[in-house]
Design a protein around this ligand. Structure first.
Ligand code: ZN
Length: 223
């Protein structure tokens, strides 16, 4: 769930906070996934508290996450703009991040199952880069599955619904990560829709369906 504590995120004209909608939607998605009996769901936060971006990524990595979903609702000056959109990490941003990680952190911690102590620094950088590239490709694929799932369920999306940007929360080098904007709180219709469990239900269903689709494909590929 994006935002929390002193960080309310976007604030709708109705006074509604993005952090409340994100947390409610994240809980609904978690319950639906748990109900299938096929997933172990870890919430980076399950209550209204502040959580630094890096901490959210660390929770995803430390819990062995296979998919990281960041749930948000957008806002902009043009109040006529509505619809969902999904972000994956842009190539440029991820390269810079990989370099920063390589420089700052213990790289052995970043690539599971490899004893990097045996390799030179150049090899560390190459391995980290490969891991980040593969993760980025998977993240872009996941973002497209979410976009398709929204279209399948007749949910309104922006005209270019898959976008790429350098969100810090998407920068785990080894966990496929996407950021989902459920809609625009600046738009009265989106704000009203996202305010209730009933209004959110179709989007929640579409997110669960896309998640199921991703893991079903992965399981099939690994057999
Ligand atoms: Zn947000």
């Amino acid at each position: 769930a994006g935002h929390g504590g002193f960080d309310p995120g976007a604030i709708a004209a109705t006074g509604m906070y993005e952090k409340r909608i994100a947390l409610a939607a994240a809980r609904e998605i978690a319950l639906r996934l748990l109900a299938t009996g096929r997933y172990h769901v870890v919430m980076t936060r399950d209550r209204d508290i502040f959580l630094p971006l890096r901490k959210r990524v660390a929770i995803a990595r430390n819990s062995g996450g296979e998919l990281f979903l960041s749930i948000h609702a957008d806002s902009m000056n043009d109040t006529s703009v509505r619809g969902t959109h999904v972000y994956s990490l842009s190539k440029k941003a991820s390269d810079a991040e990989a370099e920063a990680l390589a420089a700052k952190e213990n790289k052995a911690d970043l690539i599971a199952g490899l004893n990097l102590a045996d390799y030179s620094s150049d090899v560390h950088t190459i391995l980290l880069d490969l891991s980040q590239r593969e993760t980025n490709n998977t993240s872009a694929d996941v973002a497209n599955r979410f976009v398709e799932s929204f279209a399948d369920k007749g949910i309104r999306s922006l005209s270019r619904p898959h976008r790429q940007a350098g969100f810090a929360v998407l920068k785990a080098p080894d966990v496929p990560s996407v950021l989902i904007e459920l809609g625009f709180l600046s738009n009265p219709r989106d704000a009203a829709m996202l305010a209730t469990p009933k209004g959110r239900a179709p989007i929640v269903e579409a997110i669960v369906a896309a998640t199921e689709n991703f893991f079903a494909t992965r399981t099939a590929q690994n057999q």
